[in-house]
Design a protein around this ligand. Structure first.
Ligand code: NAD
Length: 475
């Protein structure tokens, strides 16, 4: 059964004050799963009032006690993982095994933030004059508003709410319209664990109306957003106008360079799996594969074999390896992007079409020899599309990798330590993984540079984003 959907304001699960709703669609069947409540300004005002009092209450709870509550939330997530994973697959489409992993990773993230919240140390600075004490303290920044997308509705939400709550901030989460039930189940676990109802609110609705109302509001001190670069820039502009702190985790177009000395089998095994995970709807998905001329044809052949034999279907079915795209917009985006590239002269090696005529399924697709000006080579595809290009000299690969304004993730395969050193130094990317896929663990930073945003959603750097620094000098 798909649950009835509610807003959660001041600890109370309830409908929108206007009764307005939007449909939630199963991407595998196009059936309506439920109705999403659309928050009104009156609802948002109540959420803001709760966040204000919630901050007063929660920031006074000791970090030790807050950590205990968060650890209990992690335990509840593990206990409810199967139920949450099924909801996640139904509304988002990813195969059930990937949904289970997302929920379990979210529990691990929560545990990690529970501990890290206890380490928000300040410092004592030796004074110039005797009898002067100079103290630096770290305090929670205040009520937070967090916007989370539909591709990882549980783990993207938890990165924001656990980081905010561990420091003593209150949070209003604007959940994803397309995938609200799994995100609601996450919030429920935190509230059931003992987070006060006024310290964690959940709203849904029309994103631009919600961000336009909440970000400028004086109660809100911090904004965290994950989504496209285009919307991220609008959010940053609005937040800047009202002097709100921001963390922005935006789009990417990750290069994956395979040098002539790479372990080809290993590169293929990791990169094919990562490319089609969550149907490519992953901000760190490898997308531009830059392969040395000597390995190009075997690499393409390996990719095509993997892509053309991948089992695509309803994520709830046994053995399915790739589900549908999460919503109809992405299906049309894939058709347009692939069509434009092929029209411009790219070679379609496999895929390129919608699967069937019900559900938002798109074939795992491999393209080669793309004109560099094609939209696919410049816009984040955010779908199951691999773009493979060949290069001759290392320099060409570095130039192409750094060509785009994005700088989220980059990958490289080589057996040379001097090349690895050059990759680490020269790739303009917030995260670089060499010879394996090693991103996204709770304790490591997660974030981009350039148009991919700023701030971090992982590691000690994530907690930093929810803290302010206060200096006190006294005699
Ligand atoms: P979109 O830009 O319409 O929406 C992306 C997300 O931003 C959604 O969760 C949406 O609710 C939110 N959003 C949109 N306008 C907003 C506003 N004014 N205020 C607050 N939130 C707002 O795009 P889409 O069709 O859902 O996805 C397309 C693109 O978004 C993808 O190509 C990808 O680049 C990007 N995206 C990135 C991530 C990520 O993990 N970084 C996740 C989802 C989507």
């Amino acid at each position: 059964m798909y649950p009835e959907l509610f807003l959660c304001i001041a600890g109370s699960w309830r409908a929108s004050s206007s009764g307005d709703t939007l449909p939630v669609i199963d991407p595998a069947t196009e059936a309506e799963l439920g109705r999403l409540p659309v928050a009104t300004e009156a609802d948002l005002d109540e959420a803001l009032a709760a966040a204000r009092s919630g901050f007063q209450e929660w920031s006074r709870v000791s970090a030790f006690e807050r950590g205990k509550v968060l650890r209990k939330a992690a335990a509840l997530l593990r206990a409810r993982s199967e139920e949450i994973a099924v909801l996640l697959t139904r509304e988002q489409g990813k195969p059930l095994a990937q949904a289970r992993t997302e929920v379990m990773n979210s529990a691990d993230l929560t545990d990690w933030f529970a501990e890290e919240g206890r380490r928000t140390y300040g410092s004592v600075i030796p004074a110039r004059a005797s009898g002067v004490a100079q103290l630096v303290t770290r305090e929670p920044v205040g009520p937070v508003v967090a916007f989370t997308p539909w591709n990882f509705p549980v783990s993207q939400s938890v990165r924001k709410i656990a980081a905010a709550l561990c420091t003593g901030c209150s949070v209003i989460l604007k959940g994803p319209e397309e995938t609200p039930a799994s995100c609601s189940a996450l919030v429920r676990a935190f509230l059931d664990a003992g987070v006060p109802g006024n310290a964690l609110g959940l709203v849904f609705g029309r994103p631009a109306e919600i961000s336009g109302y909440l970000i400028p509001h004086p109660v809100v001190r911090k904004v965290s957003f994950t989504g496209s670069t285009a919307i991220g820039k609008q959010i940053a502009a609005l937040a800047g106008q009202h002097m709100k702190r921001t963390t922005l985790e935006l789009g990417g177009h990750a290069p994956a360079i395979v040098f002539d000395d790479a372990d080809l089998a290993r590169a293929l095994s990791v990169l094919t799996t990562q490319k089609f995970r969550n149907a490519g709807q992953v901000c760190v998905s490898p997308t531009r594969f830059l392969v040395h001329r000597t390995l190009f044809e075997p690499f393409v052949e390996g990719f095509v074999t993997y892509a053309s034999t991948l089992k695509v279907g309803n994520g709830l079915e046994q053995g399915v390896e790739m589900g549908p795209l999460a919503h109809e917009r992405r299906l049309h985006a894939m058709e347009d992007l692939v069509g434009e590239a092929v029209g411009a002269g790219a070679k379609l090696r496999t895929g390129g079409r919608r699967v069937g005529n019900r559900g938002y399924f798109f074939q795992p697709t491999v393209l080669t020899d793309l004109p560099v000006q094609s939209r696919l080579m410049n816009e984040e595809p955010f779908g199951p599309v691999a773009l493979i290009q060949s290069f001759e000299e290392d320099e060409e690969a570095f130039v192409e990798a750094n060509r785009l304004p994005f700088g989220l993730a980059a990958y490289a395969y080589t057996s040379s330590s001097s090349r690895s050193a050059r990759i680490s130094a020269e790739l303009e990317s917030g995260m670089i993984s060499i010879n394996h896929h090693g991103l996204g663990l709770p304790e490591v930073p997660f974030g981009g540079i350039k148009d991919s945003g700023y701030g971090s959603e992982g590691g000690a750097e994530a907690v930093e984003g929810y803290l302010l620094t206060k200096f006190v000098s006294q005699t």
